[in-house]
Design a protein around this ligand. Structure first.
Ligand code: NOJ
Length: 763
């Protein structure tokens, strides 16, 4: 922990050196300047600020040359452009040649790193350490800013209760409390305490309910009643808004039959009126135009009308605003005041970022900033901190460094393309990752040196099962599926390598493109022939360690019964292979915990721990809520994760066991390291309200802390249960309130914790 903190401080110091040329201006000053500028703008120039052009397709779609559009003040922001020279050239056109000299805000999806790629967001949530997520996003922001990107489409805070949905990889999992903590951390990481010349503007997405897509099919409609929106799906959004996020992104899908991009309730009633949001809202890509596709808008003009009057300030790439908005104002259908309300926060953000004073990138510093070695050092720590030990029978792990012969099995073990996960800026738009990532095979070699023989059997890449998917993402011809002969040969080689080794390390999972946008799966089974290779290796009886590289839970029912040790490594990022080796060989004791409930199989989804109680829960004798074929409980519960040491939780006590609704109680619990190694525990506090104006979930996370403990050491941790933790939005009263009731309180290592206390809350 200390090491991580000192890294964070180092980066903050470094950040001050890299930037710092521009004195920050206050929000008030930014507001006054923006207001003054707005008064000079024509309707067309206002619409220009509300247009975000797409760097890749701008030249193809626009009727006029992009340069002309910029000079005419018709482009407020550009996304999907990372060529620094081109960024500067276009910025010069805007600043030098347009009438009002308004700089362009360049945007990109810096989701978990720019050149140094951090673990996927789901993994960082598994660290249960908002501090490391903040440090990682701070560094990502530094890199992005050095490369000219001042606005990132992060954090993605969609609650995901269904692992079939591929975008579960981009968020913090299923829980609103953990999700809110990670949302705040990311906003702080990119923006700092407030927007200023060192900030990259955060964009909270996808507003809202996107993760509730029916059947886990990406983009499909969500039907979410208001009580679920308020108590679950909106919680991390509100937390990010309160942390000062400068922008929001509307989601693609229909929410309760009204597409989110044209949804007045979301964009105006909740975001502006209930929460008082002062930033601006951009649509998801092409989503304004898609209001027609949804069958909500009559035609593109109606789409522009419906979006802008719902409260959508900027059109990402669909060119609907630039084509129709000025006409709608001239004809009186849309009031100019509506444009002013949209443009003002966009200009304010540009002023707060210092873009008017320093619009250009210092091209000479880009490469040295992006290749700072401190970035990789931090990445390795964050990656190891995010890993979750799912199983470790008979102390199989950590492995001894003196092992002489290791068999490594699985194509993912040496896949440069997959170790960093799906969102790599330069990987996607720069024609290949420039970070030179360390694969798991390379990490093992680095750790062990020449004294250990490593016999590697890759087998066919799991993506070869899905040739069409591979084709769509890469634009290259898909490799053919493996032939029967190749399959038989790979399985035989895996078995032979295992038979000749002291220890087998099998690396299995999904390729990175399998869990991302438009990447839902109906089955959680390991794709390709990974399962067969695994079973062949296990049949030798050699000690076997399973390392998972994936962005969503996969079906490990067989492995959970037959393999002694399972480590969830996720897509661990640029230094991922070294981090995996650190954990496997005990240089780092794993302390990550699952931010999701891990199902047995896809048929159980959606699956989440904070569900309501049925009248016949599964553990009653008859007519219970159950499946014939699997337990309706998860294989591994939310919050779960092992360590190489063990912990004891006791003396759960409340400062008040009875209190009134306006009061708060302190919760204390003692946590002791009862094993022989130093390690991290994550203390978790759950509550349940026994009765009230609505049924409440069986458990809800309401506090957590990750702490480092030496063997034998005990720490007493303190948490608070007050208004923020006990209140909920009731469908009966349509309001937030703490209700008189009896509350169960649990403390422990995961969502099944049994250490219990009771709290009575009276009027
Ligand atoms: C579509 C995705 O849904 C969104 O998350 C992303 O930020 C935009 N494209 C821009 O790349």
């Amino acid at each position: 922990m200390k090491a991580i903190l000192s890294c964070t401080l180092l980066f903050l110091a470094l950040a001050a050196n890299i930037s710092g040329q521009t004195a920050p201006i206050t929000a008030d000053e930014a507001h006054h300047r923006a207001e003054a500028l707005l008064k000079q703008m024509t309707i067309e120039e206002k619409v220009g600020q509300m247009n975000q052009s797409s760097g890749i397709v701008m030249p193809l779609l626009a009727s006029e040359k992009p340069d002309n559009l910029i000079v005419q003040g018709k482009v407020g922001s550009i996304l999907w452009l990372i060529d620094v020279k081109e960024i500067n050239r276009l910025q010069h056109l805007a600043v030098d040649k347009s009438r009002l000299h308004i700089p362009i805000l360049f945007a990109f999806d810096v989701i978990h790193g720019y050149r140094t790629v951090f673990p996927i967001p789901l993994a960082m949530a598994a660290s249960w350490d908002p501090g490391v997520e903040e440090a990682a996003q701070h560094l990502a922001g530094e890199d992005a800013r050095a490369a000219g990107i001042r606005w990132t489409f992060t954090p993605m805070v969609d609650i995901a209760r269904d692992s079939r949905w591929g975008r579960i990889v981009e968020g913090a999992g299923e829980d609103p409390y953990l999700g809110a903590a990670m949302a705040r951390a990311q906003v702080r990481g990119f923006q700092g305490e407030s927007l200023g010349p060192d900030s990259v503007v955060a964009c909270v997405k996808h507003f809202a309910g996107y993760g509730a897509a029916e059947g886990g099919r990406d983009y499909d409609s969500s039907y979410v009643p208001e009580e679920l929106m308020q108590n679950v799906y909106l919680v991390p959004f509100h937390a990010a808004e309160q942390a000062g996020a400068g922008s929001f992104m509307s989601a693609y899908m229909d929410l309760n039959d009204v597409p989110a991009t044209g949804n007045h309730w979301l964009l105006t009633d909740v975001l502006r009126k209930q929460w008082g949001f002062k930033g601006f809202v951009v649509s998801d890509a092409w989503a304004v135009g898609a209001l027609q596709t949804h069958g909500y808008a009559k035609d593109p003009e109606d789409a522009a009308f419906k979006a802008v009057t719902a409260g959508l300030d900027m059109d990402m790439a669909s060119l609907t605003y630039p084509k129709y908005l000025a006409g709608l104002v001239h004809s009186g259908k849309v009031k100019e005041a509506q444009l002013d309300a949209a443009v003002l926060p966009i200009l304010e953000v540009k002023y707060e970022l210092g873009l008017f004073d320093h619009p250009y990138v210092d091209e000479s510093k880009v490469d040295s900033t992006l290749s700072r070695p401190e970035g990789r050092e931090l990445e390795r720590k964050v990656a190891a901190r995010s890993m979750v030990l799912l199983k470790n029978d008979k102390h199989t792990l950590p492995l001894a460094k003196s092992i002489k012969k290791i068999a490594v099995i699985g194509a993912l073990a040496d896949s440069v393309r997959d170790i960093e996960g799906g969102w790599t800026v330069e990987g996607l738009f720069g024609g290949g990752s420039k970070s030179n990532p360390v694969t798991i095979l390379a990490g093992l070699k680095n750790k062990l040196g020449p004294g250990t023989e490593i016999n590697y059997v890759a087998g066919p890449s799991p993506v070869r099962l899905f040739p069409s998917l591979f084709d769509a993402i890469s634009g290259t011809k898909p490799p053919p599926p493996p032939t029967d002969a190749e399959i038989a040969e790979s399985i035989a080689k895996a078995k032979a390598a295992a038979a000749g080794a002291d220890v087998v390390i099998a690396v299995v999972g999904e390729t990175a493109v399998m869990s991302s946008e438009s990447a839902s799966r109906a089955s959680m089974e390991l794709p390709g022939i990974q399962q067969q290779m695994l079973e062949a290796a296990a049949s030798t009886g050699k000690p076997l360690v399973l390392v998972l590289e994936n962005g969503r839970p996969v079906d490990v029912q067989w492995a959970s019964k037959h393999i002694p040790a399972i480590l969830e490594a996720w897509y661990p990022g640029t230094e991922g292979g070294n981090a995996v080796a650190d954990v496997l060989f005990g240089d780092v004791n794993p302390g990550g915990k699952l931010p999701i409930s891990w199902a047995h199989s896809a048929g159980e989804e959606p699956l989440y721990y904070n569900h309501n109680l049925t009248h016949e829960p599964e553990d009653r004798p008859n007519f219970t809520s159950r499946y014939w074929d699997v337990s309706s409980k998860p294989l591994y519960p939310f919050g779960y994760g092992l360590s190489y040491t063990s912990f004891k939780f006791d003396h759960l006590r409340l400062s008040k066991t009875t209190m009134t609704t306006g009061d708060a109680t302190e919760v204390q619990v003692d946590v002791t390291n009862t094993g022989k190694l130093a390690g991290d525990a994550v203390a978790q506090i759950y509550i349940h309200q026994r009765w009230g104006s609505a049924s409440r979930p069986v458990r809800q996370l309401k506090g957590f802390k990750r702490i480092a403990l030496q063997p034998g050491e005990t720490q007493t941790l303190k948490f608070t249960l007050g208004k923020d933790e006990l209140e909920f939005w009731s469908p009966q009263t349509k309001a937030w309130a703490v209700e008189p009731s009896t509350f169960d309180v649990w403390a422990g290592e995961d969502s099944t914790a049994s250490l219990h206390a009771e709290l009575s809350v009276t009027e």
